[in-house]
Design a protein around this ligand. Structure first.
Ligand code: PLP
Length: 360
């Protein structure tokens, strides 16, 4: 049977993700807007009729792109919609990676970047973020790697999942300029940026030409079940991506919801305020329980269990219906990531942690 598979499959196995567990009542393993979905999502789904359901959706999601373009002050053809940010991230190596090409990826970070590169026969060069530096990016050393390796692609998760650092505009510009000198395509994944109090506007940076910015509406508006993401880039890049895109990639439900969400920008403000308040509460409580949270600019907190097993803590919590993100698949088996939820849920987490740690 082996003969029917490509060689690169030897390096690949299914990525680990949260969600889908029956016993979980409170899922802290995903990091979504703690306000939950805005009510307008259900209204827009209710407005669907039989004609909508039996027609193919617009393959280019043109109306959604127009709405987003107007909002961001970009042109329609600088936007591409995806079935979640994930689909878009997997499309990028299709236009850029030939067998043997190198991508630099900070580590730890979101696992799908390396997966998408390896699938195309590319090679991944990890840039280690160091624990002793709280996993903060050392900009000089990162730029040095880019300058010496001259990779085809660089992925930057901003804010970084799972460490929570959000690089500012000057730092990103510095990386972008370095990538320009090495003819490297920089991919910035802003899946969690909307829920950061430090959010800054990066839209104009695509003019540089060697940049793709990917965003996820599923995190910002807590609608992971619907799957909507978009990217912004130059027309040339968007055109290349359209050449490899699966037809009708965004279904009619997701397109309807996306149009509604472009009018819900104010909803994000409430989400960010709640995240900030609850993040401070949880960080204090975690310290009180003698746990070691790492400062985060995002809507999740990475916690260092100092040598103890994340899997065994999760097992104890799961017996109480609570689930955290065991960070083993990030290469951090003694760390958990906690998505910030509302106060009531966070109180229950603290109680459950208190009890579980006593028995641990
Ligand atoms: C950093 C990052 N980017 C992208 C995604 C995928 O987002 P979406 O749900 O829009 O596919 C995730 C999901 O966990 C993520 O953590």
């Amino acid at each position: 049977m082996g003969a029917i598979f490509r060689d690169v499959l030897k390096k690949l196995e299914a990525c680990h993700h949260g969600g889908g567990l029956d016993d979980v009542r409170l899922d802290f393993s995903t990091s979504l807007n703690p306000l939950g979905p805005p009510p307008s999502i259900l209204e827009s789904l209710r407005s669907l009729n039989n004609f909508d359901l039996s027609s193919y959706p617009d393959t280019d999601s043109s109306t959604v792109c127009e709405e987003i373009a107007e909002h961001l002050n970009l042109s329609n053809d600088e936007i591409l919609l995806g079935n979640g940010a994930s689909e878009l991230l997997f499309m990028i190596p299709l236009i850029s990676i030939e067998a043997g090409d190198i991508a630099i990826i900070p580590s730890p970070t979101y696992g799908e970047y390396s997966h998408s590169v390896l699938m195309m026969g590319g090679e991944v060069c990890r840039h280690e973020l160091k624990r002793e530096n709280n996993f903060r990016m050392d900009l000089d050393s990162f730029k040095h790697d880019i300058e010496t390796i001259k990779p085809k692609l660089v992925f930057l998760c901003n804010p970084n999942n799972p460490t929570g650092e959000y690089l500012g505009r000057e730092e990103v510009l510095d990386i972008l300029e370095t990538c320009r000198t090495t003819d490297t395509l920089l991919v910035i994944d802003e899946a969690y940026a909307d829920l950061s109090a430090k959010k800054w506007c990066s839209d104009d940076l695509i003019e540089n030409g060697n940049l793709i910015i990917v965003r996820s509406l599923t995190k910002s508006f807590s609608c992971a079940g619907i799957r909507i993401g978009y990217l912004i880039a130059t027309r040339e890049i968007v055109l290349a991506l359209k050449a490899v895109k699966i037809p009708w990639n965004v279904n009619i439900l997701a397109q309807k919801v996306a149009i509604t969400l472009t009018k819900e920008i104010d909803y994000l403000r409430g989400g960010v305020e709640l995240v900030e308040r609850e993040k401070a509460y949880l960080a204090d409580e975690l310290k009180r329980l003698s746990l070691n949270p790492i400062a985060s600019d995002a809507n999740y907190i990475l916690v260092d269990l100092e040598g103890r097993s994340a899997a065994s803590l999760n097992e104890k919590l799961l017996a109480k219906g609570i689930y955290l993100r065991d960070c083993t698949s990030f290469g951090l088996p003694a760390f958990v990531r906690i998505g910030i939820r509302n106060h009531e849920d966070n109180l229950r987490l603290v109680e459950a942690l208190d009890e579980s740690l006593k028995e641990w």
